[in-house]
Ligand binder design. Structure first.
Ligand code: ADP
Length: 191
């Protein structure tokens, strides 16, 4: 089995391209979504013990409040990462075990390089889109202000740093062309 890491900055088009893999029958693991599920499940009590119950109004994690909290507090961010990253790593191991007969699986993560998780992938695909396109796509997708998108981007590595570590870079300007690039990469990997 080959593990393909799929990464890219916010708004680059990771989820969109992941949907293409999924529609082609390739097992996909979405790290951010699994992380959120864990925070609402097995990690919930640990988070409440450390951060307090106000992060779970109506019994569900308020992701906006959590993001604000860790944005201003480095120690809180470290604590959260120390809870979430190992648990996501374990969930990914279980996912690989469950799909052990698959020829390839995809692990999608926004901060695959930043966390070092890329080291456990056989290949990494970086999704790239021009900054202004990413900003306007996220404003439209999430209904947020430009400043908030820029703040989220400031926590991620820039594309130059990431492309130096990636095996493939896909330009996601036109979706049609991005999918053509994906098909070519997959053909190479499966050859
Ligand atoms: P990410 O998962 O990297 O944050 P998404 O896949 O959610 O990014 O894409 C961000 C937004 O841009 C989504 O609303 C998506 O539908 C849109 N989008 C993605 N790729 C393209 C494209 N090539 N052209 C136009 N819109 C796109």
């Amino acid at each position: 089995m080959k593990i393909i890491g799929l990464t890219g900055g916010i708004g680059s088009g990771k989820s969109t391209l992941l949907a293409w893999f999924r529609s082609n029958g390739i097992p996909c693991f979405e790290s951010d979504i699994v992380g959120k599920q864990l925070l609402n499940g097995q990690l919930k009590q640990d988070v409440i013990d450390y951060f307090g119950p106000e992060l779970y109004p109506n019994d569900a994690l308020d992701t906006k409040r959590m993001a604000q909290l860790v944005f201003q507090d480095k120690e809180a961010l470290e604590k959260l990462n120390n809870l979430v990253h190992p648990a996501v790593g374990k969930a990914f191991k279980d996912f690989v075990e469950k799909n052990k007969n698959a020829q390839i699986v995809v692990k999608e993560a926004a901060i695959l390089f930043e966390t070092g998780a890329y080291k456990s992938c056989d290949f990494v695909i970086l999704v790239y889109a021009p900054l202004e396109k990413r900003i306007s796509r996220v404003i439209q997708r999430d209904g947020v202000k430009r400043a908030e998108v820029l703040a989220r981007m400031s926590k991620q590595w820039d594309d130059n740093k990431k492309s130096a570590l990636a095996d493939f870079v896909i330009e996601n300007d036109s979706l049609e062309l991005a999918i053509e690039q994906l098909e070519a990469i997959l053909k190479k990997l499966l050859a």
